[in-house]
Design a protein around this ligand. Structure first.
Ligand SMILES: O=C(O)CCC(=O)C(=O)O
Ligand SMILES: [Fe+2]
Length: 574
């Protein structure tokens, strides 16, 4: 929960003389003023409802459980769109019938060899048509009624729709996966999870049964999120993909798109300029002028780029410096290769055994213990819970999940470096919680009843969900960890309640190993030395989940209450 370093502030872009793209661009063909007001009201109504409901669509991207709810919403919308299409289809069939009738009259009777108007019936119907029929067709309420019904059905789901913050969070999740797993962006946009190997060849990191390629507009949105945060390293990569897709046959305009080829070219050009690649900024801006020759801002930029242009190799974008993870390289290496790394294996006398810890509770069914590391001491317990117990715990947590927080001074805060939702379960929630407490007490030999042990914290990760390098123990005396008045968190017992298809390992940065997510197993480690000081070797992280729905449960055990169970010592090495 504690971190030794703070967050960087944010800065407004002020580039002398160059015109950046205005941020609030109107979206084509959508949300005219009254509708915008309605959408705003709906958002406010949702905010009020969210304050009252335990689970709401807020921060949907931070938990896969909430993303699953979005599937239900979209399924409903598909039904409403089907009805709309059917109704509109019938309406257009009627319009077509009217068109056919009038067209036939003109080609066969009015324009024919005999004078059609000589027939008073034809003269009458012409007068009537022009007085009423045409107006009824042209000013029909059918189209409006159908569109209104469709809008109403969307508005009914308003409180369950993702917010701008969710789009940003989901896009940031994709960029995180790109970085931590060194994924090749073109492959990712094509729906494949591949990494460039040393020889430059692409190797599959994960092969998915169904490829889900992204459109030019999908890539535009990811690039735009990066662009808006002045992260031109990511915006260049994603906007380049967007431009290529928008340029390809059939990749152009669609009613559902947020952006166009011109938007992508505009943002990509400026991103290149910002990363020092003026020649690319110039060529893209010229391409943009083909589509939008009178764009004064782009014309001005082209003039300036031409003046700035110097011969020489263009600069390539540099990945933004890590704000949070000082140990980023080690962290990413460990996330990419789950399991013990070579040096640990050679030096440590690691072992596994059946372990009773002298406890009668474990005599008949000993724990399957595997010592993963000696420094820090990390022990894995295989099959610590059953499938049913894991399911029960997740079900209990489901309705209580809230965005996870971390200690920030004396308070708690949501941060980008921990993306998950979590819930606290008391042992009164269900007998299974108390049963797990008893089992944890038996294998650790520690007192885990509240307040010597915190309630069970159940965590569900979101899109690219992770928890960057941190200590579980408090590193500052003002930390909320001390609110229980039972000292610091002396040990952690963490249970994996799910498996994942790829990613999501627990990486011990200084221990130089990572523990893959193995469903129903649990890991235990001491956070404090026996003299009460924090053990820096326990710096650890939850790697981003690449594919899957990761659930863990944390039991944090405090110092007080362990006096006769875990001896103290003045030796700082112990
Ligand atoms: O999810 C993981 O692998 C680690 C989680 C963790 O360290 C925590 O919740 O404190
Ligand atoms: Fe942790």
């Amino acid at each position: 929960m504690e971190r030794g370093w703070g967050e960087g502030g944010c800065r407004l872009l002020q580039e002398e003389g160059f015109s950046q793209i205005p941020t609030a661009r109107p979206r084509r063909g959508r949300a005219k003023l009254p509708e915008m007001k309605l959408a705003r009201c709906l958002q406010l109504a949702c905010l009020c409802a969210c304050a009252l409901l335990p689970t709401c669509a807020a921060d949907m991207f931070t938990s896969l459980l909430d993303v699953r709810q979005a599937i239900i919403v979209e399924r409903k919308l598909i039904g409403h769109l089907r009805t709309y299409i059917d109704e509109e289809w019938d309406r257009l069939q009627d319009v077509r019938r009217f068109y056919g009738k009038v067209w036939r009259l003109h080609s066969e009777l009015y324009g024919g060899p005999s004078d059609g108007l000589a027939n008073p019936l034809l003269a009458f119907t012409l007068i009537k048509r022009l007085h009423a029929d045409w107006l009824n067709v042209v000013y029909s309420h059918g189209a409006r009624d159908n569109a209104q019904a469709l809008r109403r059905s969307l508005e009914q789901e308003a409180d369950k729709l993702p917010k701008a913050e969710d789009v940003r969070g989901a896009a940031r999740g994709l960029m995180r996966l790109q970085d931590v797993y060194a994924l090749h962006v073109s492959s990712l946009a094509a729906g494949r999870f591949r990494r460039a190997s040393g020889s430059g060849r692409l190797a599959d990191v994960y092969t998915s049964a169904v490829a889900a390629p992204l459109s030019g507009d999908d890539c535009f949105l990811v690039g735009k999120v990066a662009y808006d945060e002045e992260d031109y390293y990511h915006s260049v990569a994603w906007l380049q993909e967007s431009v290529e897709r928008f340029r390809s046959p059939g990749g152009g305009r669609s009613p559902e798109n947020e952006g166009t080829l011109e938007d992508a070219l505009d943002h990509l050009a400026f991103s290149h300029f910002k990363t020092g690649n003026v020649s690319r900024a110039l060529s893209l801006s010229r391409e943009l002028l083909h589509h939008d020759p009178l764009n004064r801002r782009v014309l001005r930029n082209v003039e300036k780029y031409e003046k700035l242009l110097v011969a020489g190799p263009p600069a390539s974008p540099v990945r933004p410096a890590a704000k949070h993870v000082k140990t980023r390289d080690a962290y990413e290496r460990l996330c990419q290769a789950a399991g013990p790394q070579a040096p640990t294996l050679k030096s440590a006398p690691l072992f596994c055994d059946y372990f009773t810890n002298g406890s009668p509770a474990l005599t008949l069914l000993p724990a399957k213990r595997e010592v993963l590391s000696l420094r820090p001491l990390v022990v894995l317990f295989h099959r610590f819970v059953t499938d049913d117990e894991a399911q029960r715990i997740k079900d209990l947590a489901r309705t209580r999940l809230q965005r996870s927080v971390v200690a920030s001074g004396e308070k708690q805060a949501t941060v980008d470096y921990r993306i998950s939702k979590s819930a606290w379960l008391k042992d009164s929630a269900h007998s299974v919680v108390g049963e797990l407490d008893r089992r944890i007490a038996a294998v650790t030999g520690l007192n885990v009843t509240h307040p010597s042990g915190e309630y069970l914290q159940v965590v569900n990760y979101g899109i690219g969900g992770h928890y960057e390098a941190h200590f579980d123990h408090a590193t500052s005396p003002s930390s909320p960890v001390f609110r229980l008045n039972t000292g610091n968190r002396v040990a952690t017992f963490m249970i994996y309640l799910s498996s994942v298809e790829a990613g999501g390992s627990t990486a011990f940065i200084y221990g130089n190993f990572s523990v893959p997510v193995v469903k129903n197993s649990a890991i235990f480690w001491w956070n404090l030395h026996r003299n009460g000081s924090g053990d820096e070797d326990t710096l650890h992280a939850g790697c981003p989940v690449l594919i899957g729905d990761k659930w863990v449960a944390n039991k944090w055990i405090h110092e007080y209450g362990q006096e006769f169970r875990h001896g103290c010592s003045l030796n700082p090495e112990e």
